[in-house]
Design a protein around this ligand. Structure first.
Ligand SMILES: [Zn+2]
Length: 369
């Protein structure tokens, strides 16, 4: 709740007039608060990127949904064409026949427009020969045509082995899988942990409180059930070091978009590590100068990605506006009345053209995406 206060400078403490349609005389629910910014600033629409882009982080499968995530495939291709998207990386391939169905629907039906990654089925780790089974599955996925491996946050948060222990990202069985991926020249796009605030106490200081109130299953702050954020990041670092011949892409700005100096340190430490920008426009948009420094320090290691599914024009054009302009104080999710990841606005990073080319396309091409 926001207490009603007198406006700054109003020394006699005169109270605000109550709006006639408010139920309460003295308090306004945060949920109902809809401030309208009064700043007036230049506004640049960027419907198309300066070069064609590869979206390195997207979801087109059906394991998270009943039907295909994007039932209207011609519609998706029309959005891609209208907004300069050359290719999407589909991280939803799974394994076996489901992988083949993904490859048939996307990669093979529309050559050059889609790159499908597989998963591995960590549930096999409950079996005594789980590692051998996972390696065989990975090789089968490679034969079927998978172009990379996606590892999701369930590894480290919920996946358990036959003894009931949580499987950490730096577990030797995981190391064996990602090393084999490297031998097969499959890049590994890995998402470990989640936003830092999802591991913090669920109280009035939590900057994602509104979001967590509506998605309580995204909160991992119970120390009896989940590792700490720092423990998961440390495990990711060990994993990337242990498989140094494997190419890694750390999802969501290296899984630590709130601390770009930590991400930069990891990129310096681990030359086989890269990052995608999927789902973190709110984060990088509230620190555009820190983000620009990250790209300047590591121009070959940052990959464009949206994590927007089904992909709509707005997710692309807002991302282009962030990367290409120096516009200030704009919405990162213009369709939402309340910004979904926190009540703030973003400002553009205005990357130079050579960096834009690398982030949009060149770095993904170099990794074979
Ligand atoms: Zn994703």
């Amino acid at each position: 709740m926001l207490g009603r206060r007198a406006p700054p400078g109003d020394s006699d403490g005169m109270s605000l007039p109550d709006p006639v349609d408010r139920p309460s005389r003295s308090e306004l629910s945060l949920r109902e608060y809809r401030p309208r910014p009064m700043v007036r600033l230049p506004r640049h629409e960027v419907p198309r990127p300066v070069v064609p882009v590869i979206d390195a982080h997207n979801h087109l499968g059906r394991w998270l949904s009943e039907d295909w995530m994007t039932p209207d495939l011609p519609g998706l291709l029309a959005v891609m064409d209208a907004h300069g998207v050359e290719r999407l990386v589909n991280l939803d391939g799974r394994w076996g026949e489901e992988l083949s169905a993904n490859l048939a629907r996307y990669d093979r039906a529309h050559p050059g427009r889609f790159t499908t990654f597989c998963h591995v089925d960590w549930a096999r780790l409950v079996e005594p020969d789980g590692t051998a089974s996972l390696l065989a599955q990975l090789e089968d996925s490679h034969r079927r045509g998978a172009r990379g491996v996606k590892i999701w946050k369930d590894l480290g948060l919920t996946v358990r082995d036959g003894s009931g222990q949580l499987v950490r990202p730096d577990d030797p069985r995981v190391v064996a899988v990602v090393r084999r991926a490297g031998e097969l020249e499959l890049p590994v796009l890995i998402h470990v942990a989640d936003p830092v605030a999802f591991f913090e106490p669920l109280d009035e200081h939590n900057e994602r409180l509104e979001e967590l109130a509506s998605m309580p299953e995204w909160w991992f702050g119970d120390r009896d059930r989940h590792p700490t954020f720092d423990a998961l990041m440390a495990a990711l670092d060990v994993l990337v070091a242990a498989a140094d011949a494997t190419t890694f892409i750390g999802a969501h700005v290296g899984c630590h978009a709130e601390d770009l100096s930590a991400v930069s340190a990891m990129l310096h430490r681990r030359p086989n590590f890269h990052v995608d920008l999927g789902g973190r426009l709110a984060e990088i948009g509230r620190q555009p100068r820190a983000f620009a420094r990250l790209v300047t320090e590591h121009p070959t290691r940052v990959l464009f990605g949206t994590d927007a599914f089904p992909l709509e024009a707005e997710a692309l054009t807002v991302a282009y506006r962030f990367l290409e302009t120096d516009d200030e104080h704009f919405d990162y999710a213009p369709g939402d009345e309340v910004p979904p990841q926190g009540r703030w606005a973003i400002a553009g990073a205005q990357l130079p053209a050579v960096q834009l080319e690398a982030v949009y396309r060149g770095n993904a091409l170099r990794l074979g995406l």
